[in-house]
Design a protein around this ligand. Structure first.
Ligand code: LLP
Length: 421
């Protein structure tokens, strides 16, 4: 078991949490290698023939990326910075897809020089890629990102395939985009891409999107454009609150039969690609936050040393994360507490009205399922250096990111000369 309890103490891959905090202090993000490996294996088993491009945005710690690249997965990157990290972690360029609705010309140039494929989000971007590719004498594989207009049941801020979303080319206009691409030099339209949203627990919107994509594949075929891959994006949800997840196995059972049937009928050479992020890293990681004080006000507040500076999901999306007292795991819930961060904003609440054992100063609160969109969305707001990240494997503690200090808050800032006069 990746996360278990021994004598009332939370352990991660066999290591007591307080052995970790003794080294790093709190707050700290702790990732279980075993859990990550388990999630990777689940995807390999569910999708043995498909190309899995891990969505780097979900967690781009280099050690995590290295583990995933060594497993043979590819990468979905959304910026030049993510591309840089993916290359550094050893993802081969031919397994990298450069996504994004607003790529700068210099980012396009970097991607083309590296030899990655592109998901193209607008005609302006198509022209830019063709121009830069021609300048460097490179041929670039592209897929258009299509907006399939399907509405998954998830938080509106992470629903990306609606008509009104900023992502993708409307499905009625995408055929024309392929026609243009065929005429342009140095771009080869080989794929079609969509991503309908994130934390989706029901497979039916994926099936709907896949059917719509196949309709486009058929239309393109009639025009003599034979695509080689469909990239259905990421999005399967994890079990944050005990209501279940969309597991790789369930996801695969829902979409593969549809894919195989259409493929056999329409285009026996077309392949399926996926871009999961959250479902690979989400449940691998716990954020440990130290209790600074417990305040009985109109509510019972547990004031901890991590807030939305380190985990913004509850504040940004009202997301639910399970919490527990890491040093009192065997005690029953006694009182209702609201776990508050140290940031000067009333919205800085990590968990609201949770039944926990009696909490005292010095306890440690574990915030679970923080591996996806956790550290990567952190900030230094209120002048708080970011915390460390740790990987635990076979009873060993590896610091995979040192905690920041005040020099990191100063960063690259400069005071102009005239202010010293
Ligand atoms: N592919 C594309 C093009 C994406 O935009 C995303 C996520 C993924 C793949 C990976 O999706 P996943 O499998 O992780 O659901 N910060 C939000 C989630 C934003 C997702 C953005 N795009 C959160 O904390 O819930």
């Amino acid at each position: 078991m990746a996360f278990s309890v021994e004598n009332g103490i939370l352990t991660i891959d066999g290591v007591r949490f307080d052995e970790i905090t003794r080294i790093t202090g709190t707050p700290v993000y702790v990732t279980s290698y075993n859990k990550l490996k388990e999630n990777i294996e689940a995807y390999k088993k569910a999708f043995p023939k498909q190309k899995i491009l891990y969505a780097v945005k979900a967690n781009f710690n280099l050690a995590i990326l290295k583990i995933i690249s060594k497993e043979g997965f590819g990468a979905d990157v959304f910026s030049a910075g993510e591309l840089y990290l993916a290359l550094l972690a050893g993802f081969p360029p031919e397994k990298i897809l450069f996504n994004g609705n607003s790529k700068s010309d210099w980012e396009i140039e970097m991607g083309i020089k590296a030899g990655v494929s592109f998901s193209v989000d607008s005609l302006d971007e198509l022209y830019a890629i063709s121009e830069v590719a021609s300048k460097f004498g490179k041929e670039v594989t592209i897929a258009f990102r299509v907006n399939p207009d399907v509405s998954p049941e998830t938080h509106p801020k992470i629903s990306t395939g609606l008509k009104t979303s900023k992502f993708g080319i409307p499905k009625d206009e995408v055929i024309e985009a392929y026609r243009k691409a065929v005429e342009l030099p140095n771009v080869i339209p080989k794929g079609i891409h969509c991503h309908i949203g994130s934390q989706i627990l029901d497979a039916s919107p994926f099936v709907e999107a896949l059917n719509k994509i196949f309709d486009l594949v058929a239309e393109l075929k009639e025009e003599g454009i034979n695509l080689e891959f469909i990239d259905l994006g990421g999005g399967p949800g994890i079990d944050y609150d005990g209501k279940g997840a969309l597991t790789p196995e369930e996801f695969s059972k829902a979409i593969l039969p549809v894919f195989e049937e259409k493929k056999a009928k329409m285009n026996p050479d077309i392949e399926l690609e996926l871009e999961p992020g959250r479902s690979i890293v989400g449940n691998t990681t716990v954020l440990l936050a130290g209790v600074n004080s417990v305040k009985r006000a109109y509510k019972n507040f547990v004031n901890v040393d991590a807030g939305f500076n380190l985990l913004i999901r509850p504040a940004m999306y009202g997301s639910y994360h399970r919490v527990a007292v890491a040093n009192k795991m065997d005690r029953e819930g006694e009182e209702t507490y609201t776990v508050a961060g140290p940031i000067c904003e009333s919205g800085d609440i990590l968990a609201e009205d949770r039944k926990l054992p009696k909490v005292e100063k010095g306890d440690v609160i574990a915030i679970f399922d923080a591996g996806a969109y956790g550290f990567v969305m952190s900030s230094q707001y209120n002048g708080r250096p970011r915390c460390a990240e740790v990987l635990v494997k076979d009873g060993e503690i590896h610091v995979i990111r040192e905690k920041e200090d005040f020099n990191d808050i100063v960063g690259k800032q400069k005071i102009p000369e005239f202010l010293f006069e």
